[in-house]
Design a protein around this ligand. Structure first.
Ligand code: ATP
Ligand code: MG
Length: 421
């Protein structure tokens, strides 16, 4: 008689986020544990820094710190936003080697796997990767390509059993462990790159069913997240200092492409290519105040693009948390230069983007066809769900439905593991 082969293998969950990544591990039937990635931190920025001074590669907070301290080298952020785009396969010269962005994603996943190995004691081969509802809006072919690229990177990183789960479903499976009675929940996962929603039936009785497909009543997602908020805030509050919206001779605006790209996390690096630099230099004749053009060229020559994006992001978080105005110190661009960002700016400049996220939530609830038209609660996860203006907009849409603030950065990774339990 042969015994059925027991599943003794553990599962790793990888939440490869636009801004932050987290990983969780569980042996069969055990509770998922988030794995510390940098010191005690259970999430780390999805950031890679190629140090040109000593040829080393740094990850996470360490990568960002090196860049901000002015170490010579290249910072890579928002890699996930390149999945599904032809830019993913473009090569770039890093420390005298030609690499493409697909390779950089592999390097990042390999590092997550190494850190998991150090913690767990064996190298994980089975992984559940998170994916947004849409990597790319309204383009099924590019969306499929994005998942295929992530699959390929996971294979190259050493995983052999690779499955995918929608990020908001993973977040729901994690939240479910805390519920004591059956409820219908709208899960809102508002991250760096996407806002994903799912209406799902959760509770202790459903939790042990192996197939949960019937409990997922609807999912929707839109390609709007914190990096889009940063882009908009940068355009409105910082880029005018470099000439965005500036009127040149004949009252014509300075061509604005460079300001958009310089405000977009995943496009910043392209602005430093020789061709883009030459185009920016040639913009000088479009300015009446050439002083603003000098600032633009300083930002490009000194590669301050990520620095400015980082400052806007920090100011956004600060204003959202405190309701007060932040002063952004831009003295690295020009002595005494500052910009400001207050909660009024968040309210005004983000209104349209937040409305599209709320519309996506409304559509999700509509598709779920709930008897009373409303979920029992809304579970908030993902860093951008902490944005006060977003919470206000969501509460206005679903009056009377309690908002539950969840784990901002770790819930998806844990839930990914539960989806293979
Ligand atoms: N307190 C806060 N208030 C507002 N926004 C915040 C706060 N904390 C973090 N953020 C924003 O949250 C975003 C990152 O969230 P998160 O780590 O959940 O995203 P991600 O998982 O990397 O992205 P995605 O799931 O879209 O791929 C960033 O844009 C960051 O600026
Ligand atoms: Mg996320």
């Amino acid at each position: 008689m042969t015994l059925a082969k027991q599943d003794t293998q553990g599962t790793l969950g990888i939440d490869f986020g636009t801004s932050n990544s987290a990983i969780a591990w569980a042996n069969p039937q055990a509770t998922a544990q988030l794995i510390p990635l940098e010191g005690d931190a259970l999430a780390m920025p999805t950031a890679v820094f190629y140090n040109a001074e000593d040829g080393r590669t740094h990850f996470g907070r360490e990568a960002i710190t090196h860049y901000l301290e002015g170490t010579e080298g290249r910072l890579m952020r928002s890699l996930k936003s390149l999945l599904g785009s032809p830019l993913l396969m473009e090569t770039t010269l890093i420390n005298n080697q030609l690499v493409n962005f697909q390779d950089i994603v592999t390097t990042f996943l390999s590092t997550l796997r190494e850190r998991a190995t150090r913690h767990v004691g064996t190298a994980p081969t089975r992984v559940v990767m998170g994916r947004p509802v849409h990597f790319v809006d309204d383009d099924l072919a590019r969306d499929a390509q994005a998942q295929a690229s992530l699959h390929q990177a996971a294979t190259a990183a050493g995983f052999t059993d690779i499955t995918f789960q929608l990020e908001p479903i993973a977040a729901a499976l994690d939240y479910e462990r805390r519920l004591t009675r059956e409820s219908t929940i709208l899960v809102a996962d508002i991250g760096g790159g996407t806002s994903d929603f799912t209406v799902v039936r959760l509770g202790p009785a459903c939790m042990h069913r192996s197939d949960r497909a019937d409990d997922v009543l609807a999912t929707t997602g839109v390609h709007v997240g914190g990096t889009d908020f940063d882009q908009k805030l940068s355009l409105e509050q910082l880029m005018p200092l470099l000439g965005y919206g500036h009127l040149g001779p004949q009252s014509r605006e300075v061509p604005n492409r460079v300001f958009y790209d310089l405000s977009t996390w995943h496009l910043i690096n392209w602005q430093y290519q020789p061709k883009a630099m030459a185009q920016a230099k040639a913009l000088q004749t479009n300015y009446t105040d050439v002083h603003l053009h000098t600032r633009l060229m300083t930002v490009l020559n000194e590669r301050y693009g990520h620095h400015m994006a980082h400052d806007v992001e920090q100011a956004k978080i600060h204003s959202s948390q405190t309701g007060s105005e932040s002063s952004i110190d831009l003295s690295y661009v020009e002595a005494g230069l500052t910009a400001s960002l207050g909660s009024g700016d968040l309210q005004q400049h983000l209104a349209k983007l937040l409305a599209s996220a709320v519309a996506c939530a409304r559509e999700c609830v509509k598709r779920a066809g709930l008897t009373h038209g409303k979920p029992d609660a809304i579970y908030l996860t993902g860093g951008s769900s902490a944005l006060r203006t977003f919470q206000q907009a969501l509460q206005a849409e679903f009056a009377g439905v309690p908002l539950v603030e969840g784990d901002l950065f770790g819930g998806v990774a844990s839930g990914l593991v539960y989806s293979r339990h």
